[in-house]
Design a binder for this molecule. Structure first.
Ligand code: URA
Length: 434
């Protein structure tokens, strides 16, 4: 087989066989297929797509490129959660406290930021000392002792996805339904949990801008998961404006801690509650949504969700004083107010532009090797449907470099659409697919 022939085959919109897909993944992992070949192939896939059979083949080839973690020594139904990505998406951080406090084993392999979206691993690493490169034994031991563990994707777990994910991030080849479905599901299948709840985002800050694409992605992933014996539920959520108020690594940790203390913004909490409810149902911990809701509320109200998050941070080597006193996490040298140039109601906040503003400030990566500045980001002060007057602060920029703050300012101003029409707050939960 020759990679250049297979690139041309995909360019001509022909189906790749199972053998060809396995060959591509094997040879990409062992370095015989170079990044420039793979980039061309990924771009052809972005234009022409993959069939359902090709998507399953790619998922399995990536799952089998590394180890499959055996979590069978952990008692109970082990749940996992994964988001298809967004701006201000700190849902996983809040779930760690909630699901852990309820006593359901929560095993999560997470990724780093991708494109304009943030990643849970990067956010957690803004806590000094926090370690995400757990060995499999540490991962299992942590779940056994405190119910929760989050690990970065090790080089042994779906390594083909790890390598492809990093390449897609810098080659404009993220936003394809089959590539996202196989990327997410290969990791979920390799991770060894019993059930998974997927948060499939849609809107300007998601990889799937259109609801129908998010639903198609959800169906693909639910079919892959359920047909391979893993209970899979997808919750399609609104990511048309940033979720919550904070965007940026340390700022999002601080907002997640506030949420665990019972002060989370409404839109964030609606998504957190819904995902947590389905995780509890999938884990057979509660029989219905109402019972799940009560349980979630109780662990937030009695402080056990917050305490579990502290325990989790300490268990993974983090300095919990930064969580207890999260102001110490927020140490950008410049804080700039962004003021409205109009009066009216906020009609839209383009989440992609806000994600890009965070990237410009240094909160994400433009190149694979880029170092992240954990302290930078944006705090949204006026959300969609809020009324605003000319000169009022719509957002705050946290930065460490004047020229980057200036560029982020322009991006944020252009993200806001304000006019006189009064509108309702957007619906956060768009669909549930199981
Ligand atoms: N999350 C993933 O794990 N993979 C993708 O391709 C997109 C989001």
């Amino acid at each position: 087989m020759r990679i250049s022939h297979l690139i041309i085959k995909k360019k001509l919109n022909k189906e790749l066989t199972t053998e060809e897909i396995n060959w591509i993944i094997d040879n990409y992992i062992n370095g015989k297929i170079r990044d420039y070949h793979m980039s061309a192939l990924l771009m052809a896939v972005c234009f022409n797509g993959l069939s359902d059979r090709e998507t399953v083949d790619l998922t399995l080839a990536m799952r089998d490129s590394g180890d499959i973690i055996d979590l069978s020594s952990i008692e109970g139904t082990i749940v996992d959660k994964h988001s298809s990505g967004g701006v201000g998406d700190k849902v996983s951080l809040v779930l760690i406290g909630i699901i852990g406090a309820i006593g359901v084993p929560f095993a999560k392999m997470s990724g780093r930021g991708l494109g304009h979206t943030g990643g849970t691993i990067d956010k957690l690493e803004s806590i000094p000392g926090f370690k995400t490169n757990l060995t499999v034994d540490e991962f299992i031991d942590n779940i056994k002792s405190i119910n929760v563990a989050i690990a970065g994707q090790t080089s042994d777990l779906a390594p083909a996805d790890k390598k492809l994910y990093a390449l897609r991030d810098v080659t404009g080849t993220v936003d394809n339904i089959s590539l996202i479905a196989s990327s997410i599901m290969s990791k979920k299948l390799a991770c060894g949990c019993d059930a998974v709840v997927l948060d499939v985002t849609t809107g300007s800050g998601a990889f799937m801008n259109r609801t129908e694409d998010a639903i198609e992605l959800s169906k693909k992933m639910v079919n892959i998961g359920n047909s391979l014996g893993k209970k899979t539920i997808a919750v399609v959520t609104n990511m048309d404006e940033p979720l919550g108020n904070a965007v940026g690594n340390a700022l999002e940790v601080a907002e997640a801690v506030q949420a665990l203390k019972g002060y989370g913004p409404d839109d964030l909490m609606e998504v957190v509650y819904t995902i947590a409810e389905y995780m509890l149902i999938a884990a057979k911990k509660t029989k219905d949504i109402d019972e799940a809701k009560e349980l979630i509320k109780s662990v937030i109200d009695n402080g056990s969700a917050y305490n579990k998050f502290i325990e989790f941070v300490e268990k993974q080597g983090g300095d919990s004083s930064y969580v207890r006193n999260y102001d110490s996490l927020i140490n950008a040298s410049i804080i700039r107010e962004v003021k409205s140039e109009k009066s009216g109601y906020v009609q839209k906040i383009n989440a992609l532009k806000i994600g890009n503003a965070s990237l410009i400030l240094g909160g994400g990566r433009e190149e694979i090797e880029d170092e992240i500045d954990y302290s930078v980001g944006i705090v949204i002060n006026k959300k969609v449907a809020d009324s605003v007057k000319t000169g009022q602060v719509i957002a705050y920029i946290y930065g460490n470099d004047e020229s980057k703050v200036e560029a982020a300012y322009k991006e944020i101003i252009s993200a806001y659409e304000i006019d006189g029409k009064k509108i309702n707050k957007p619906e956060m939960i768009i669909d549930i697919i199981e």
